[in-house]
Design a binder for this molecule. Structure first.
Ligand code: FPP
Length: 266
């Protein structure tokens, strides 16, 4: 799937402050973690006079080339919003097509992921999925769990508010005293517990919203919106998004060293 070498040595030398990486391709700063809202499959198909299913198929086929490009830039985590809790409201035939495509993707790519040291994780309600798909996911997660290259998180039957409510319930059930509850407590009890927050969110198809995707985790993420549809989002688009990220100043509410000089009043 990607060209990531097994058990990368010396990766420390390619990190930049704040979890960013240094791209071996450009020498520029790239995000450690990228989250993607793959939007526009339906419109891509409709504009070609094709059924919506063809758009989802093209969207699923696009995932490999995008992940390969991220891996070439040394991005460590990619999180895909494949199916939201709200997507259950779509016609059953469309839901079924999306599930079939995800099933086929995992079946087809498992060998490549093993070869390329990619680790798969699932975020969301596994128990709501058809049993064979849930088993396929469990199998991919289990077989790739000791891979330490790029981590691919697939959000499937996932909703961020639901995730936060579940975390709150877990914290309450654990009997943690309120004064001991910190941001770290909440983060640790989310499905992403232990993972770094996304540095960059990419959404295709011209929509400019977050749509219940990693609401807590994206508090300081840079947002990148692009008008092209997901099936057309290619290697050059990855490069453009990463170049744009490299120009963003991430302040996390603080001042940057270059801003400190202008503190004094004239
Ligand atoms: C949004 O486009 C896309 C989805 C809801 C489904 C995304 C799923 C895939 C790309 C299938 C494969 C996924 C994996 C992980 C293999 P839309 O249908 O909302 O498009 P529209 O807004 O143009 O109608």
């Amino acid at each position: 799937m990607s060209s990531r070498p097994a058990k990368t040595a010396g990766t420390e030398s390619r990190t930049a402050p704040g979890g960013d990486r240094i791209s071996p391709l450009t020498g520029g700063r790239v995000p450690g973690h990228i989250a993607i809202i793959m939007d526009g499959n339906g419109r891509w198909a409709t504009e070609r006079g094709l059924p919506r299913a063809a758009g989802h198929r093209a969207g699923a086929e696009n995932i490999r080339r995008v992940i390969e490009r991220f891996a070439e830039h040394d991005v460590r985590y990619v999180t895909l919003f494949a199916f939201s809790t709200e997507n259950w409201k779509r016609p059953p035939s469309e839901v079924s097509v999306i599930f079939q495509l995800i099933d086929r993707f995992l079946q087809r790519e498992l060998h490549n992921m093993q070869r390329d040291n990619v680790r798969v994780r699932h975020l969301g309600h596994l128990e709501q999925l058809p049993k064979p798909l849930a088993e396929r996911i469990n199998n991919a997660v289990e077989l790739t769990k000791s891979n330490d290259g790029l981590m691919l998180n697939i959000c499937l039957s996932y909703g961020s508010r639901d995730e936060i409510v579940t975390a709150v319930k877990r914290i309450a059930e654990a009997g943690i005293p309120t004064e001991a509850i910190t941001e770290e407590t909440v983060s640790a009890n989310l499905l992403t517990g232990g993972l770094p927050d996304p540095d960059l969110v990419i959404r295709t198809a011209g929509e400019q919203r977050i749509s219940n995707f990693l609401l807590w985790q994206n508090a300081y993420a840079e947002l990148y919106f692009t008008s092209g549809y997901w099936p057309d989002f290619g290697r050059e688009d990855v490069d453009l998004a990463l170049a744009e990220y490299g120009h963003r100043k991430r302040k996390f509410g603080k001042l940057l060293p270059e801003d400190l000089g202008s503190l004094e009043e004239n």
